[in-house]
Structure formats: structure tokens, C-alpha cells
Design a protein around this ligand. Structure first.
Ligand SMILES: [Zn+2]
Length: 278
């Protein structure tokens, strides 16, 4: 309870309101063929489809504050992960966020989820009771990380947790999966055999109760700007140690103001304004 502070419902409701103001009257997806425009922190999508509220192995949560639209390949990826998780004996996945119907800004917490290529889902793999519709709005994702942020909570970690992360990392289109550094460290310390997938599991702030799956730009989307690929290797190295060094010696507060996000691509304006894309 209460430790899922990286994405509180209040924050998300405010973000949703802001997104609604930006998106204006555009409530449904922009029609037409799939068109993904922009990069990791600014962009939009036309031709998005909505993930059904539930399916084999998954259910969506926090429906009032979240949105579940994405590229057709993104929706297919969630459905595949649900089926694979179910087959692996993992409890129902709680899907918390994909994108708005036309993409664009959604969250003040981090800038992703604008292209219909990002998925947030809970890390808790335990069997779960069926939720009432009210519970689906309020259910909290339990953190897997100790309050000191250095290690996972062993009583909430199981081999199934690693299996779920591997399935997510090995989805056909996965570019990277963001998790708390303590979760990455636990994988580094415990995964044996094939470790190639660890390259795609990257440490990031928060993400102690949910993972963020970022899918690569589909090959036919020339206006979609990819991130640089993760560095070679399993990432169980100095780049991971850096996160824990910051806990020991946090850097001085930045004297510069944080940079504003890059401007929205011009081709997104008619999409986000609700006009049909040209
Ligand atoms: Zn996310």
C-alpha cells in the first residue's frame, strides 16, 4: 500500500485532465491506416486500436485514469504476453496504461506512452481474485522493492517474476523493459543459463510495482523515431552500479531548469486536434 508513488491515481487523474485539454474534442482514434509519428518523448498515433478490457491472462485496471489504445502490434503483444503468462502459471496480469486514442502526452511522471508503443503492467505474479469493477479502479500494485531501494522484497519475488520479465523482454517487438534498479540487480544475481534477454531489461526510476515495456517502431513506420538500442551485454555492470551509488551520494540539485519536452511534430497537430490526418 502507498508505495506505488511513481504513479499515484491522483497524479494520473491530473495528467488525464491535462491530456484531455490538449487533445480537445478528439476522443476517439484518428481514422486511417496506422501512422506513428515522433519519438520516445513526443509524438502521436493515427489508426490506433483499443485493447479489450480483459482477455486470457490479463485485465485492464484504473480505467478512469488510464487509456489502452495502441498500434495493432502493441495490442497483439499484450494479448500474447497474457496467453504466455497464463500458460506459465502466472497470475492474471494487471495492465495499467498504454496510450490515449491518438497518443500524445499522458503522464507528468515520464514522457513516454505517446506513440501507442508503451505498456505498463504490474509485476505481481501471484494468483489474484476476480476484481469487481470498483476494485479495478482502486486496486494498488504492490511494490517488489524494499524501502531502502537497494534490493527486492524476497517474500514478493518468485521464479515466476523472472519468468514474466523474460517473457516481456522476449516479445517479438520489445525494444526494452524498464524496471527498478533493485529488480534489475535481482535478475543479474539470479538468472542462470540464457542471459541474453537481460540486455533488454533496463534500470529506471520508480517501476518498483510495474514494468514499462517499450516496443520498437514497426518496420513500416518511417515517421517513428527509435531510441538508440540498449548497450551490448547484459547490463549487470557499472551502469547498474551507478544507480546504487546515487543512493549513497546523490548529486547536487541541478542548477539548470529541466529542459522542456521537444516540440510536437507538426504532423501530429491535426491528429491531436481531432482532424482527419492528411
Ligand atoms: Zn510507462
Amino acid at each position: 500500500m502507498g508505495e506505488h508513488a511513481d504513479k499515484s491515481i491522483v497524479t494520473r487523474r491530473i495528467a488525464l485532465l491535462l491530456a484531455a485539454l490538449i487533445v480537445g474534442a478528439a476522443t476517439g482514434p484518428a481514422p486511417g491506416p496506422v501512422r506513428i509519428i515522433g519519438g520516445p518523448t513526443t509524438g502521436c498515433i493515427a489508426g490506433a486500436v483499443e485493447l479489450p478490457p480483459q482477455g486470457p491472462g490479463y485485465v485492464t485496471i484504473h480505467l478512469a485514469a488510464s487509456a489502452f489504445w495502441g498500434a495493432p502490434s502493441t495490442v497483439a503483444a499484450v494479448q500474447l504476453l497474457g496467453r504466455q503468462s497464463q500458460a506459465a502459471g502466472i497470475g492474471e496480469l494487471y495492465v495499467e496504461e498504454i496510450s490515449r486514442p491518438r497518443g500524445g502526452p499522458i503522464s507528468g511522471v515520464h514522457a513516454a506512452h505517446q506513440l501507442g508503443l508503451d505498456i505498463d503492467l504490474g509485476l505481481d505474479t501471484r494468483p489474484k481474485p476476480a476484481l469487481t469493477s470498483a476494485e479495478r479502479e482502486t486496486v494498488e500494485l504492490p511494490t517488489l522493492v524494499r524501502p531502502d531501494r537497494r534490493f527486492v522484497l524476497e517474500d514478493r519475488w518468485s521464479p515466476a517474476t523472472a519468468t514474466l520479465l523474460r517473457l516481456a523482454a522476449e516479445l517479438p517487438d520489445t525494444d526494452r523493459v524498464l524496471v527498478n534498479p533493485a529488480i534489475k540487480r535481482k535478475l543479474c544475481d539470479s538468472v542462470t543459463g540464457n542471459r541474453a534477454w537481460l540486455r533488454r531489461i533496463r534500470p529506471w526510476y520508480g517501476h518498483a510495482a510495474h514494468m514499462h515495456i517499450h516496443l520498437a517502431c514497426p518496420a513500416d513506420q518511417s515517421e517513428c523515431v527509435s531510441q538508440p538500442p540498449p548497450p551490448a551485454g547484459d547490463g549487470c555492470d557499472a551502469t547498474l552500479a551507478w544507480w546504487f551509488e546515487q543512493l549513497d551520494a546523490p548529486p547536487a540539485p541541478a542548477s539548470e531548469k529541466p529542459k522542456p519536452p521537444p516540440p510536437m511534430p507538426a504532423a501530429c497537430r491535426p491528429i491531436l486536434a481531432g482532424e482527419n490526418p492528411s
